[in-house]
Write a new protein. Structure first.
Length: 287
């Protein structure tokens, strides 16, 4: 898949363009993407970074990083992606001008979007405007009950199975492995300490069963109250694995929330509980 930051970095050829932020690339997004793939032209996405709401000063916790979004778009059969830098100036571009400079420059013949999608200054651009400009603009119906807002709501209370049902895959935490306290190794369960981008959603504190790739992982999200911690940590213990992960990017699937984090009467009690968490992780089913 080709990724561009300017329209002139992509060849002007007949395209079916899906436009949207596509945060999370959930089941509703994938219906829009599939419509672009099925349209018979080169399937292309126009998306935005940063998220338009964040660029306009509003708070939003993202379901995935830009890198992960691009990987998921690739997996959906998209061949080219134009990432438009969204700024306050971008928000003031007239819709017809945006259509000419982006869709026209790409060679778009078909444009698909979710219901109610708007673009351009004052949100004046819609499918009707695109049709008036000679484009085959198609609005893809909602997938009932699926939205990024609902997924965030499930994640913030640890409802992993419900979030996965709307996403069409397990919720993920995406980050780079950095140095930690190394307590896990002394307890017999060495963990990878993840640093995530500050604008990414992190689910409710607790212990989770999940996976990294094809390797199951028991994951702790929280402040490690047993040792009096105050800083949030995301730590993954990869079952039956040894090696150095420092500096590696990990995409950690969260399958099921096992329990709250808590302090224990002794390290021995903590170790016994971690062992039980590991066994629950071995038995867990991917949602």
């Amino acid at each position: 898949m080709n990724v561009a930051r300017r329209p002139d970095e992509l060849e002007r050829i007949p395209r079916a363009v899906a436009i949207g932020t596509f945060d999370g690339v959930h089941r509703g997004h994938r219906a829009v993407l599939q419509a672009a793939v099925d349209a018979g032209r080169r399937p292309t996405v126009v998306t935005f970074d940063p998220h338009p709401r964040r660029a306009l000063g509003k708070r939003v916790e993202l379901l995935c990083s830009l890198d992960r979004r691009l990987e998921l778009l690739d997996a959906c059969g998209i061949e080219d992606v134009l990432v438009v830098e969204f700024t306050s100036a971008t928000a003031e571009i007239p819709a017809a001008e945006f259509a000419r400079d982006v869709f026209g420059a790409l060679g778009a013949e078909v444009v698909v979007a979710g219901p109610g999608f708007r673009f351009g200054r004052g949100r004046e651009g819609d499918c009707e405007l695109l049709r008036s400009l000679g484009l085959d603009a198609r609005e893809v119906p909602l997938v009932a009950g699926v939205s990024s807002t609902r997924i965030r709501g499930h994640a913030t209370v640890g409802e992993m199975e419900a979030a996965a049902k709307l996403l069409g895959r397990p919720l993920e935490v995406d980050g780079v492995v950095v140095g930690g306290d190394r307590r896990g190794g002394t307890l017999g369960f060495p963990t990878a300490n993840l640093r995530v981008e500050p604008n990414l959603l992190v689910p409710a504190y607790g212990i989770y069963a999940g996976a990294v790739g094809d390797r199951r992982a028991a994951v702790s999200i929280g402040v490690n109250p047993h040792y009096g911690g105050t800083e949030r940590r995301i730590e993954a213990y990869l079952l039956d694995w040894e090696g150095d992960l420092y500096g590696d990017r990990l995409v950690v699937e969260l399958w099921r929330r096992l329990r709250d984090e808590r302090a224990f009467a002794s390290d021995a009690d903590l170790i016994a509980q971690i062992a039980r968490d590991v066994e629950e992780t071995r038995a867990a089913t991917r949602p």
